[in-house]
Design a protein around this ligand. Structure first.
Ligand SMILES: [Zn+2]
Length: 324
């Protein structure tokens, strides 16, 4: 599918077809055959526009995928992304394809930040890590990623360590560049602002977050809620592998659980097999098995820990997602 044209959303087709049919029928009823033809031409216009947009996306994708994957990008990914390192070869090729499609189609804007190839790769790797197992997934709900030079507060003033990232229901994600870098540098601490904020968008139903991954059927949703109700008190008591930050809000629980699933994957599988299995089935990925296959020693971090930024005192957390 990754080389096929991106589909026009089914709901757009259905809406346009219905509206067009009604308009043409009414025109035929009241203005006869010429009126029906005129209405047909008017109704076809948005379909042509959608088709042209889809064709343009397809050409851009094809151009991106036909070029060899840049070797310096591969080097950067090997240096930054632990998930990239753990992937079996065939899935790694898919990761690289998805990464290129993401970068062709998604807008990444720096706010007082120069958007380098390295930063673009870190953003794309955050999203693609989550969606890698879903061949048809387009991140349609995502409109723009804003990169900030530092943490920020609720008034979007820099210099506060209140927020490291935000996900807005209208499809904008904000990421602090230092927090994003730190997230990739330390790959086993269940903290990743990129995974966290993109995970919020997976939870998006229309214009609000509900704390249940979109696409779960009723049985999966029931299992999710049962795990959450069992785990949140443990998180509050500091007994869980997952961060206490996710303990008070179902929406944050989901984002924090996704961080735990992709970072200390084997530790989560050992500590909470039910949660691990549910997320593995959801994401169609098995990072713990891939870590087994590459022979990681359990007690050794996947990569050395960098020094913490001076004077900040502990981890900086993505504290909140905005709502309408
Ligand atoms: Zn959050």
């Amino acid at each position: 599918m990754r080389t096929a044209p991106p589909p026009i959303p089914r709901i757009a087709w259905a809406g346009l077809s219905l509206a067009g049919g009604i308009v043409v029928s009414l025109a035929g009823l009241f203005a006869g055959l010429p009126g029906a033809f005129a209405a047909l031409a008017l109704a076809a216009a948005p379909i042509v526009i959608l088709w042209r947009r889809s064709a343009r996306r397809w050409r851009a994708r094809r151009a991106a995928l036909n070029a060899p994957f840049p070797e310096d990008w591969r080097r950067l990914l090997r240096g930054w992304s632990d998930h990239y390192l753990r992937l079996p070869d065939d899935i790694c090729v898919r990761f690289e394809d998805d990464l290129r499609i993401f970068l062709v189609e998604k807008q990444i804007t720096g706010v007082g930040v120069e958007v380098t190839d390295e930063l673009r790769l870190l953003v794309a790797a955050s999203a693609v890590t989550l969606s890698l197992g879903w061949p048809e997934y387009e991140w349609e709900q995502l409109h723009e990623i804003l990169l900030y030079p530092d943490e920020f507060d609720r008034d979007y003033e820099f210099g506060s360590d209140e927020l490291a990232g935000e996900a807005h229901p209208w499809g904008t994600i904000i990421l602090s560049v230092p927090a994003l870098r730190e997230s990739f540098q330390v790959s086993d601490d269940a903290y990743h602002v990129g995974f966290h904020e993109f995970a919020h968008l997976l939870d998006l139903e229309q214009t609000h977050f509900d704390g249940i991954p979109a696409g779960f059927d009723e049985t999966q949703a029931r299992r999710w809620v049962a795990i959450r109700e069992r785990e949140m008190p443990r998180m509050q008591r500091g007994e869980s592998l997952l961060d206490e930050y996710g303990a008070h809000d179902p929406v944050e629980f989901l984002a924090v659980a996704v961080e735990g699933f992709f970072e200390p994957a084997r530790a989560l599988r050992r500590a909470d097999p039910a949660l691990y299995e549910l997320l593995a089935a959801y994401f169609q990925q098995d990072p713990a098995a891939w870590d087994d296959a590459r022979g990681l020693t359990f007690d050794r971090p996947a990569r050395p820990r960098p020094p913490r930024p001076g004077g900040r005192g502990g981890r900086r957390r993505p504290r909140l997602r905005s709502t309408i």
